[in-house]
Design a protein around this ligand. Structure first.
Ligand code: NDP
Ligand code: HSE
Length: 437
């Protein structure tokens, strides 16, 4: 039997505690699969006295994750702290500099410093594994990095945030308020330490930035991502979508266009009959379209302790199975130094269908005015639905427009025009429609 792989884990929260529990419980099976034991020899967190419901017997305690990362008594450093700076970044850097393999679930860190960290790992000849950073337990990184070799990716898109999908699903199915759904997602361990990262789209953007790099062989360009979250999605939008045969999902989409690589995160209408519309709750789904394979859809649990721990343990097991002296594959599928710049496509050039919900004053000429502004911008309408509240004495009505394919620029100009006409009671709701199988 080979020597045990010595693992140090920093962060014993939702994910870290699950990793410790599962590795301990499944030690014998992991040893059989890896050909050597996996031994958690040291851990780090802030509060040593906190009851985490796991046994830390035989594991050395570190208050300082950087000290753990530098320890000569570990082979692998597992970072499960979170955050793109501070202790997480310092500890990962220190571990790589010390020649340790690293496993992390930290998409915020990779979206900001992934290139530099990948370069450091590749120079040292160590592994930087991050399966859990995108779509929780779904093995999408391995799929894109290894199984799709030789394929040219055309588009990658998906539901990448479990918290948002959980909220949207329960708002639609149970009519529960946004705030109550978010509180439940936090209680279940799905949300980030700062949940605005989930609901405003940052977390999806971090994951999309990683997928874009793997898909197109480009440098990570998280700052180039167009981003809208779900905090202004209302029951009225969800009901209107349903009446029109759509469901609202927060999608991350990356695709090559004539003007460059489009990366966008926003609430999206997908046809109710599409597979992605059937992805409910904390489940994530990633669709990858390639020239050889066609469309591949992976779905599975996207957040939570066990789901994420499953991916972290898979990454640790890969390290346990790797042979000393063997050249590891590059972190983002191509050597970090060879990743191309990510040429940003203009969001205003984005082409697609749009759902536009307007609350307007219920008076003569408004409808004609709306139609004129759409026509002036070459926007062809697939449907128009209006709900008048005159019976209730209200002086306003809701108008819902669904467009055929048009551009972001045309929609923005049309809405500016409608706003100038003075017909609007409040800010229009614009939701993009995505082609989805
Ligand atoms: P938690 O907030 O539950 O846990 C964070 C842990 O880090 C805690 O144990 C905390 O210590 C420790 N920690 C924080 N600051 C320090 C510090 N300065 N020094 C030492 N330890 C510190 O986070 P999660 O487990 O939910 O997430 C961990 C990572 O995994 C994040 O990057 C997250 O984005 C990612 N992730 C999370 C998923 C999820 O479903 N939760 C899914 C996929 C990825 P203490 O307990 O003592 O306070
Ligand atoms: N907060 C994240 C989510 C955790 O809800 O998807 C998984 O990355």
């Amino acid at each position: 039997m080979s020597e045990a792989l010595r693992v140090g884990i920093a962060g014993l929260g939702t994910v870290g505690a699950s990793v410790v529990r599962l590795v301990t419980e499944r030690a014998a099976e992991l040893t059989r699969q890896c050909g050597r034991p996996i031994s958690i020899v040291a851990v780090a967190a802030r509060d040593r006295s906190r009851d985490r419901g796991i046994s830390l017997d035989g594991m050395e305690w570190f208050d300082d994750p950087v000290a753990l990362a530098k320890s000569k008594d570990i082979d692998v450093f597992v970072e499960l702290i979170g955050g793109n700076e501070g202790p997480a970044r310092e500890a990962v850097k220190a571990a790589l500099d010390a020649g340790h393999h690293v496993v992390t679930a930290n998409k915020a860190l990779l979206a900001k410093h992934g290139l530099a960290l990948a370069d450091a790992a590749e120079k040292r000849g160590v592994l930087l594994n991050y399966e859990a950073a995108v779509a929780g337990g779904i093995p999408v990184i391995k799929t894109m990095r290894e199984s799709l070799a030789g394929n040219t990716v055309l588009r990658v898109f998906g539901i990448l945030n479990g918290t948002c999908n959980y909220i949207l699903t329960r708002m639609e199915a149970e009519g529960i308020s946004f705030e109550d759904c978010l509180a439940d997602a936090q209680r279940l361990g799905y949300a980030e330490a700062d949940p605005t990262f989930d609901i405003e789209g940052n977390d999806t953007a971090h994951k999309l930035a990683i997928l874009t790099s793997l898909a197109f062989g480009t440098k990570i360009a998280a700052d180039d991502i167009y981003m809208e979250g779900i905090s202004n999605i209302t029951q009225a939008d969800i009901r209107a979508a349903s009446e029109l045969g759509y469901r609202i999902k927060l999608l991350g989409v990356a695709q090559k266009t004539e003007t460059g690589i489009e990366q966008r995160v926003h609430p999206t209408m997908v046809p109710t009959a599409s597979v992605i519309a059937q992805v409910h709750g904390v489940t994530n789904a990633v669709a990858i379209e390639t020239d050889i394979l066609g469309e591949l859809l992976l779905s599975g649990p996207g957040a939570g302790g066990n789901a994420t721990a499953s991916a972290v343990i898979g990454d640790i097991a890969d390290i346990a199975k790797s042979r000393p002296g063997f050249q590891h594959g590059p972190v983002f599928g191509r050597p970090a130094k060879e990743l191309a710049p990510c040429k940003k496509a203009k969001m205003r050039a984005h082409a697609g269908g749009y759902f536009i919900r307007l609350t307007v004053y219920d008076r003569t000429g408004v409808f004609a005015g709306l139609a004129r502004r759409m026509a002036d911008n070459d926007i062809s309408l697939e449907s128009i639905v209006q709900h008048s509240d005159r019976d209730t004495g209200s002086d306003r009505k809701t108008v819902i427009l669904v467009t055929h394919e048009t551009t972001e620029a045309a929609v923005r100009k049309a809405i500016d025009g409608v706003t100038k006409d003075g017909h609007l009671v409040d800010t229009p709701q614009v939701i993009r429609i995505e082609r989805a199988g």
